[in-house]
Design a protein around this ligand. Sequence first.
Ligand code: ADP
Ligand code: ASP
Ligand code: MG
Length: 408
Amino acid sequence: MALIVMKFGGTSIAGAEKIKLVAERIIKKRRNGNRVVAVISAPGDTTDNLLNTAQQITDAPDPRELDMLLSTGEQVAIALVSMAIKAKGYQAISLTGPQAGIYADTSYTKARITRIRPKKILEELKKGRIVIVAGFQGLNPYEEITTLGRGGSDLTAVALASVLKAKSCEIYTDVEGVYTADPQVVPEAKKLDYLSYEEMLELAGSGAQVLQARAVEVAKKFVLPIEVRSTFSQKLGTEISEGAKEKMKVEEPVVSGVVYDKNQVKLSITDVPDRPGIAAKIFGALAKENINVDMIIQSAARGKNNDISFTVSRDDLRKCLPILKKVKNELNASDVIYDDKVAKVSIIGVGMKTHPGVAAKMFRVLAKEKINIEMISTSEIKISCVIRENEVEKAVKTLHFAFDLGRK
Ligand code: ADP
Ligand code: ASP
Ligand code: MG
């Protein structure tokens, strides 16, 4: 019997009716002769609401308690889904991340999975049960519960599917697949039938919320095919796999998608001395605290000093500021300033490697809309620009149109 891992996101289980529908989809898979492990996220906006409540109590919540709080959403969800399956006459059991044998490192709120011991999952499957696992959770070496970063249920699903050698890993969500742009922002965006791991990694890493970037990394490492599809329709979704390249058109599109990320903040340290080792000191201090730095710009030296600006995720701002102030004092720099009204817009496509002029076109399109570019970064298959947050929707729409990505 083949083993299938299915993952259902928060919007798919918002409310009793949707939970019953999810139960039916899971049961159907089982009835078709598969063993099924289903990973479930917290319902609707639960995680956001829990975070908000914590922020109202203190602006620096204790990380252990924060994970204790955030992990509750998924626990509610698995119990309800399991109940719904049993009510329809099928055998099921819900397991928390720790019960499912998901072990993580010691960093709270974005812990990394260190190993998976799926003993209990395998025992339950053997009894003929459908196993319902809480996404987003792990157990650290101190036997404390941790969470795997926003969107972490995708990671739970992909990691379990890899370890259990599942035949497939199906990610069920509120859209029909991965699109050329966020379909909630660009209604004429087109669903992509196939994507390479490479492209999906860049899309997810640049803000396409539909899959967590770390989940894509794990899928790539284990060469696990993923399908992203809708909970509410029977249509085929987007296949992300090794073989996807061959299934794509003979000529790969120059640009496959436009992505945005509003969860960005720009930080600058001003008047930093211009000498070797400074960047290493600043970014070393941030790395030590597990803070991911994205774009970096060092201004041309004025006299003996220059400014260093970079972006991090807004969730990390509070953690960043005291570290940077300390470094600023040590370096005798002038100031640490931040700007959280920025956003990042990116275009992604494997065809870029062989087509010159894509960046120039992107800049021209933004200039025509009078959108100022504050930072730029590029990779072989991606170009990103930091712009004002209130211009990001306009930027996504115009770039999507200019690169001719919409439905014909
Ligand atoms: P879930 O709760 O199922 O995990 P998410 O909200 O995390 O769902 O991700 C799905 C959302 O991702 C969609 O509703 C859509 O608005 C957004 N999204 C952003 N970019 C894209 C894209 N390129 N393709 C599809 N969806 C996207
Ligand atoms: N509930 C968690 C979040 O909102 C995990 C997930 O949805 O994947 O980030
Ligand atoms: Mg998600």
